[in-house]
Design a binder for this molecule. Structure first.
Ligand code: SF4
Length: 169
């Protein structure tokens, strides 16, 4: 089983949908687009909404399965992040922490505009982290992601989780 198949299987479990009824284009989009994945997980108890999301993702994926995207390192790393996120409870970063992460990214020397790539075009990516290649606005949304700049500090540039736990309590 490759990583995309593993992700599809995890996603079907999470949504409570038989794997055979989960369209491939939905799995592909969810694997690289955390916001779409979030919408799917949020709507999992409403089969009508879920179906609408399945249909909505069809037109934007016409080219997806036929290009070289799935062989890219970037795609593989996005799928790994999505698997990790699903298996860790499918939680999104709280709003205050997300804003802090993004603010730090926008003042970081490692932020850059994306190079020409089908994945970035597909996601309408505006800015990436040049250390990991991730779309920063999507990466910051996933609770399980971390800043890769371990030269800056052992835990990267993003604030430690403990800080938010204290300020929220
Ligand atoms: S993830 Fe970390 S290294 Fe990358 S742009 Fe954001 S703050 Fe900078």
């Amino acid at each position: 089983m490759d990583e995309l198949e593993e992700f599809g299987s995890d996603l079907a479990n999470e949504l409570g949908v038989p794997l055979s009824e989960l369209p491939v284009h939905v799995v592909e989009k969810a694997a690289v687009d955390p916001l779409f994945l979030h919408h799917l997980v949020s709507c999992k108890s409403d089969s009508l909404l879920l179906q609408l999301l399945f249909n909505e993702s069809t037109s934007s994926n016409v080219e997806f399965g036929t290009n070289q995207l799935k062989k890219s390192r970037l795609f593989k790393s996005a799928v790994s992040a999505a698997i990790k996120w699903l298996s860790s409870g499918a939680r999104f970063t709280a709003e205050d922490e997300y804003k802090e992460r993004i603010q730090i990214c926008f003042s970081c020397p490692n932020i850059s505009e994306p190079p020409s790539s089908s994945l970035y075009s597909f996601l309408n990516t505006r800015y990436i982290c040049s250390l990991c290649g991730c779309d920063i606005e999507r990466k910051a949304k996933l609770d399980t992601e971390t800043c890769p700049d371990t030269d800056y500090s052992k835990s990267g540039r993003w604030p430690k989780r403990e800080y938010f736990k204290t300020s929220r309590s």
